[in-house]
Design a protein around this ligand. Structure first.
Ligand SMILES: Nc1ncnc2c1ncn2[C@@H]1O[C@H](COP(=O)(O)OP(=O)(O)O)[C@@H](O)[C@H]1O
Ligand SMILES: [Mg+2]
Length: 288
């Protein structure tokens, strides 16, 4: 087996968009197959390399996922590398980007068990409407919008979850529901961008919540910020996605830097699929 594409148990045949990669590798004569990351019998040690793709369920068991990534990284090449997986699966990395002067959505990271008082925290920062969400998250996990008059509801959300896990508080970004732009990079180069819209009445842009996606052009300021965010990562990356939203002045901010299992929107860019498959072939040749 040349390549295993790691997916989740709910999608054993991969998310449809990732199958374009599988097909491209097959056309190139490479043996490639999906494998469920939790499958104890999958032949990780027999593949030339493993690419994390539709593994969209790890946020409920991050430690098992990290242990899996470390193990696979010892027996074969894992993309992206295990150290990147560890760093990027907890959104405290947003603080690391902000420390390096990358514009990010302002983020307060609350540590599990810390018993935070939301009213005090918001007063100290002068924040009104906020979003509270899990620090380890996919598909809007534990994300709620809390209006300025709803602090008690936000506090109840924290009281329920903060004893168990780290939580984030961010100011509400009005543009996010209609203007989240994702820039996709493959093998170190920008390939394409999409714009995501939340469904009416929703604030989460994900497909699961009725959100929609369309191709878009990346503006120079967005491209510049995405490249500066990626420059904060010293390890090599096979793929990356940078999610940007606009601040009140229309300037981009990083909502997420996605280096583990981002949907790469291959359906909008056959060139991105071919670029990734080409990089995989090169990597396989080098490892022979
Ligand atoms: N501060 C915010 N303001 C407005 N909407 C937000 C904010 N944070 C998150 N959202 C919405 O929730 C979605 C999920 O949050 P995100 O940080 O992207 O986590 P993930 O996609 O990993 O669950 C975003 O795409 C956006 O639609
Ligand atoms: Mg997101």
């Amino acid at each position: 087996m040349d390549v295993l594409l790691a997916t989740c148990a709910a999608m054993p045949g991969l998310y449809a968009d990732d199958r374009y990669l599988l097909e491209s590798l097959s056309r190139r004569g490479r043996a490639a197959a999906p494998a469920v990351w939790e499958d104890p019998h999958a032949p990780w040690e027999e593949c030339g390399l493993c690419i994390i793709r539709s593994a969209w369920d790890y946020s409920y068991r991050r430690s098992q996922f990290l242990a899996w990534a470390e193990r696979v990284g010892r027996v074969t090449r894992l993309w992206n590398p295990p150290s990147v997986v560890r760093w990027n699966t907890h959104k405290r990395y947003l603080g690391d980007l902000a420390d390096q002067d990358v514009a990010t959505v302002p983020t307060l990271c609350l540590t599990a068990g810390s018993g935070a008082r939301l009213d005090e925290l918001l007063r100290e920062r002068g924040w009104g409407d906020v979003v509270i969400k899990a620090a380890v998250a996919q598909t809007g996990r534990y994300a709620i919008r809390v209006g300025a008059g709803e602090v008690a509801r936000g506090q109840a959300h924290l009281d329920r979850l903060l004893p168990h896990e780290d939580m984030l508080v961010q100011p509400w970004v009005p543009a996010a529901a209609g203007e989240e732009v994702s820039l996709v990079f493959v093998d170190g180069e920008f390939t394409h961008a999409v714009r995501k819209h939340a469904a009416g009445g929703e604030f989460l842009v994900h497909h699961d919540y009725g959100g929609s996606v369309r191709p878009t052009r990346a503006r120079p300021a967005q491209m510049d910020l995405a490249e500066r965010a990626l420059a904060c990562v010293s390890e090599p990356l096979l793929y990356a996605r940078v999610d940007l939203v606009a601040d009140g002045n229309g300037n981009p901010m990083v909502m997420e830097l996605e280096l583990v299992e981002p949907e790469l929107f291959f359906r909008y860019s056959p060139a991105a699929v071919e670029r990734l498959a080409g990089a995989v072939e090169r990597d396989l040749e080098q490892r022979r």
